[in-house]
Design a binder for this molecule. Structure first.
Ligand code: DGL
Length: 274
């Protein structure tokens, strides 16, 4: 029997754990889809590197996903989406990053037209979210800030809003947004929603937080509907995870975040052998 493309998995990649914010939402809204997740844990973080290096990594990451016969790719990484979306040129399957979906969600959400953006240094330097927001509505006032310590905090499991280190670092980066009066904050790096509670504790309930991974998952669903490539199987979809460094750390933090034990589904991959 020849399987149609509809049965192929969705490919999701990030430098590490951050893209799981998209996976968690994909699992919820598309429970019958199979997912292949690639986390480049051996080379995280991406956000402190040059655009050329990030583009090179993104190209290799996507080549790996293509070897798994995916039907759509989500660059569930704000940094790749901001500075290396060009690596997706020439793909013959649908592709989305996180910048466009998150910017649209923020523009629809803000009431006072003051939007904050946080991301990695590469993302903030690129002005990707800012430009996209202004394409949608030129009157939006933007306040942006890079939060370079957040990615390593998440990768090392410092995610509890009660942890003293987490609280202090989040306070340091997020407090200035209170004074600027933003009513919406884009969590422009997919690692950041893992710190959502700690961030919300500083901003208070009146500021809406836009989760870039969540928005990308919904956008991917709309692309699949338009392209007629939804999986019509009624069986629950399977998820497999590939990382470029030791699997233990990833398995335990990812399992906690996804709310399921994924230990048996995590594999280590060597990109040099592809
Ligand atoms: N999740 C990536 C992002 O969205 C983290 C980047 C990094 O590895 O620095 O930007």
């Amino acid at each position: 029997m020849v399987l149609s493309m509809n049965h192929f998995p969705i490919g999701v990649f990030d430098s590490g754990l951050g893209g799981l914010t998209a996976v968690r939402e994909l699992r919820r809204i598309l429970p019958n889809e199979n997912i292949v997740y690639f986390g480049d844990t051996g080379r995280v973080p991406y956000g402190t590197r040059s655009a050329e290096t990030i583009e090179h990594y993104a190209f290799q990451d996507m080549r790996f996903l293509l070897s798994k016969k995916v039907k759509l790719i989500i660059a569930a990484c704000g940094t790749v989406s901001s500075v290396a979306a060009g690596a997706a040129t020439g793909l013959n399957i649908p592709f989305t990053g996180v910048v466009v979906p998150a910017a649209h969600a923020a523009a629809a959400e803000t009431r006072n037209l003051k939007v904050g953006i946080i991301g990695t240094s590469a993302t903030i330097r690129s002005k990707s979210y800012e430009e996209e927001l202004h394409r949608i509505n030129a009157h939006i006032e933007v306040f942006s800030r890079d939060c370079p310590l957040f990615v390593s905090m998440v990768e090392n499991g410092f995610t509890s809003p009660d942890n003293e280190i987490t609280k202090a670092v989040v306070e340091h980066y997020i407090r200035p947004f209170v004074a600027s009066g933003v009513d919406t904050l884009i969590l422009g790096c997919t690692h950041f929603p893992i710190l959502k509670e700690a961030i919300a504790n500083v901003l208070g309930a009146r500021t809406s937080l836009i989760d870039a991974g969540y928005e990308a998952a919904h956008y991917a669903k709309s692309l699949m509907e338009k392209g007629g490539i939804m999986n019509s199987s009624t069986e629950a979809g399977k998820c497999s995870f590939y990382v470029t460094d030791q699997i233990q750390n990833f398995s335990s933090i990812a399992g906690l975040f996804l709310g399921e034990d994924i230990t048996g589904d995590v594999n280590r991959v060597d990109l040099d052998t592809l």
